[in-house]
Design a protein around this ligand. Structure first.
Ligand SMILES: Cc1cc2nc3c(=O)[nH]c(=O)nc-3n(C[C@H](O)[C@H](O)[C@H](O)COP(=O)(O)OP(=O)(O)OC[C@H]3O[C@@H](n4cnc5c(N)ncnc54)[C@H](O)[C@@H]3O)c2cc1C
Length: 680
């Protein structure tokens, strides 16, 4: 309780706020009435926008705008979404001041609310491109509100539900999909173990088959085999997908997936199963991550997800794919959805950060440039522009990359499986790294205000950090990208055939030449920009292949040669991603007719292309750019910052994030911090 002071207690009022007794005087002190105080001026009038922000939003959000707006409205209206008025505006945001247990329960309450309003209708029972796009758009909206909520929903629908849909067959679909969609049961996904995360093939859980009873028997043979980090396992999940080695007649047939019930309808843990909590995390505490041990758990034979392999009632292992490597790849192929949703979610998160930081920078002033002159808006400092506007251009570029990835995913065919695997791995890594970097820059750009949880930016760093680790560690994913590019290279050279696929067709043409003295006009031409990106990718792929080959000719195994060439592999993975993203930007731009919108897209595209050139040391290291040209690139980026500055508000207003999902410092932060506001 607050200490009694000498101030007349009668002049104080008291109230309970967050369980603390708060005391404050009944009227403001004189300084609050002084004329010398700053007054808030809104950034700019919406009439000054140089392009149509509604049209831009259509390009950026790309699909299901009405569905998105419907769900934003549903969330704004729901009491469980913790709406609060600040500075005369409504903001919705989870209460991160709650305990871990309370946050987990609120996550479930929010799911129930959304379920009652039909938000998940058709998520697993409707098929086709439209249904899939709608589902992706609604998950993006949910994530804009809270990452825990979207992860909890994502685990249930995309991991548990997705495994049944894509690794199972009709018997599993008939039995589980409808109940999953209605939450009659709650699913989780047990792949990771204490001892093995990225290396899924190394997991130690063992499943055998008992032909006398027609059951599989699942065991956790040692502590390192305990399932770890399983989202939903600690409190709520009733069922799980268990990834395990399958041993049939003493032969290990490799990793397979099984359905197991872990709790009864009342939430009691079933016999032969032990569950413990992973505990408090640096973020994402609305998700109940748990650990699971299996002790001779028996499940029916039919619970093997048998799209790729099966076991007959008398215990024979059956699979059309004989090669264990190919079988393992076929098992995991359907799980791409996680990478797709994480990639696009990361970009929405960076957009929230940028919308808040840029709006704040358009109303916050600091220092003056002349003695006794007015203080200067943060975004009028060239340094502040340089910190935020290239990140904004990258977020736009990655939005277009994300849209391409989603279309690739919803229209997937066996022929596009490789491209989908490579692009989703590359974009998941690049977008999530970009998001963390953006949030940190935005946090700092907001100064101390960036550290207030209600202002979102700082807090989101902890909430989204995990994206670089789960659903494929970013570094491991980037290795896979380079490996895939290398195998394309080796195949093309071996067969002496042109490159086809993964956007590598540029390797068939002549080597692009970068002229010695780059002018502003050249730097802004899409042809130069694409040439520079292709040159880097092409050269790095050649170098990578040559280095691997050299290691191998010196007696190293293929695997070790790859590990030793990790630096080129990393550079190549980034070069592939940047070039692929630039291509999606150009494709997007080509669908826009000439006018102010296309002009500003051109500025953003040039900024994206040039900042990639400036940030990757490979351009200087391998001499794709001379030092003079590198200096010209840097100068052009500064010019682009100046040219984008007048569009900054319009650009962040086109990102498809309603005001209620931003934060008080994005608007009238003086009113939001007024004395009267503190008393509400
Ligand atoms: C909040 C949270 C929720 C999760 N939810 C789930 C879930 O619901 N279900 C589930 O099954 N799992 C879940 N996971 C687990 C997640 O998928 C794993 O953490 C992830 O796969 C990484 O595994 P790991 O933690 O064992 O790290 P490791 O694989 O041990 O990696 C540690 C480090 O080593 C590096 N490294 C690994 N291999 C190589 C290599 N070959 N070369 C160079 N460097 C390498 C990595 O880059 C990384 O930096 C979750 C994790 C978290 C944190």
């Amino acid at each position: 309780m607050a200490q009694e002071s000498s101030i007349n207690t009668a002049s104080r009022r008291t109230r309970i706020l967050n369980n603390h007794l708060v005391q404050y005087p009944s009227k403001p002190t004189s300084c609050l009435q002084s004329n010398s105080c700053l007054s808030y001026t809104p950034p700019e009038s919406t009439e000054s926008f140089g392009f149509d922000i509604k049209e831009m939003r259509k390009i950026v959000d790309f699909h299901n705008l009405e569905d998105r707006d419907w769900l934003f409205g549903v969330i704004k209206q729901g009491r469980v979404f913790n709406g609060k008025e600040r500075g005369g505006r409504l903001f919705v945001s989870p209460d991160y001041n709650q305990t871990m247990e309370q946050q987990r329960e609120m996550t479930m309450k929010r799911i129930e609310y959304l379920l009652e309003r039909g938000a998940f209708d058709g998520w697993l029972t409707k098929k086709g491109v439209e249904a899939e796009l709608k589902k992706l758009s609604l998950l993006e909206v949910i994530q804009i509100f809270d990452h825990s909520l979207s992860v909890k929903i994502g685990v249930h629908f995309f991991l548990w539900g997705g495994a049944i849909q894509f690794m199972g067959t009709k018997r599993h679909h008939d039995k589980w999909l409808r109940d999953t969609e209605t939450y009659a049961m709650k699913g989780c996904f047990s792949m990771t173990e204490l001892g093995h995360g990225s290396n899924v093939r190394g997991i130690e859980t063992v499943t055998t088959y008992d032909s006398k009873t027609g059951e599989f028997v699942i065991n956790t043979p040692c502590e390192s085999a305990q399932k770890y980090w399983i989202g939903g396992a600690a409190n709520h999940a009733t069922h799980t997908i268990v990834f395990s080695q399958l041993k049939i007649n003493g032969v290990n047939e490799g990793v397979h997936a099984f359905i197991a019930q872990i709790r009864d309808v009342n939430g009691n843990i079933l016999p032969n199963i032990c569950i413990a909590d992973c505990g408090h995390k640096t973020g994402l505490n609305g998700v109940d991550n748990g650990r699971i041990w299996f002790d001779n758990l028996r499940i029916p034979r039919e619970n093997l997800l048998n799209l790729v392999a099966d076991v007959s009632p008398d215990g024979q292992y059956l699979s059309a794919i004989k090669d264990p490597d190919q079988r393992f790849a076929a098992f995991l192929a359907p799980l791409t959805s996680g990478r797709v949703t994480i990639a696009t979610s990361a970009i929405y998160s960076s957009k929230i950060g940028l919308a808040i930081a840029i709006r704040y920078a358009l109303s916050r002033r600091a220092f003056s440039m002349t003695p006794n002159g007015p203080e200067v808006l943060l975004l009028d400092y060239p340094s502040h522009q340089r910190r935020l506007l290239p990140l904004l251009a990258k977020s736009y570029a990655m939005s277009f990359g994300g849209n391409y990835l989603k279309m690739l995913y919803v229209n997937r065919t066996p022929e596009s499986a490789k491209t989908l695997h490579v692009v989703s791995s590359a974009f998941k890594a690049i977008f999530t790294w970009h998001n963390m970097r953006t949030l940190q820059e935005c946090r700092e750009a907001c100064g101390g205000q960036g550290l207030k949880t209600e202002n979102r930016v700082g807090h989101m760093k902890g909430e989204f950090d995990v994206q670089s680790t789960f659903e494929g560690d970013n570094n491991v994913l980037m290795q896979q990208v380079s490996k895939a590019l290398l195998s394309e290279y080796v195949a093309a050279k071996k067969k002496n055939k042109p490159f086809k696929g993964l956007g590598l067709e540029h390797m068939n043409g002549p080597v692009p030449v970068i002229q010695p003295n780059l002018t502003s006009t050249t730097l802004r031409s899409s042809q130069f920009q694409m040439n520079a990106h292709c040159l880097r990718e092409r050269d790095l792929l050649n170098r990578f292949a040559a280095e691997i080959s050299l290691y191998q000719s010196n007696g190293e195994s293929k695997e070790r040669a790859f590990i030793l060439s990790y630096q080129l592999a990393e550079d190549l993975g980034r070069a592939f991603s940047d070039r692929a993203i630039l291509q999606t930007f150009l494709d997007t731009e080509s669908n826009v007719s000439a006018g102010p919108l296309k002009n500003v897209l051109g500025l953003l595209r040039s900024m994206y292309a040039l900042i990639c050139l400036e940030e990757d040391a490979a351009f200087l290291r391998y001499g794709y750019l001379s030092t003079d040209n590198a200096a010209a690139v840097r100068k052009e980026v500064t010019k682009l910052c100046r040219e984008l500055r007048p569009h900054a508000l319009a650009l962040v207003s086109s990102l498809g994030i309603p005001d209620a999902f931003l934060s008080p410092i994005a608007f009238n932060w003086i009113d939001a911090n007024s004395w009267s506001s503190a008393q509400q």
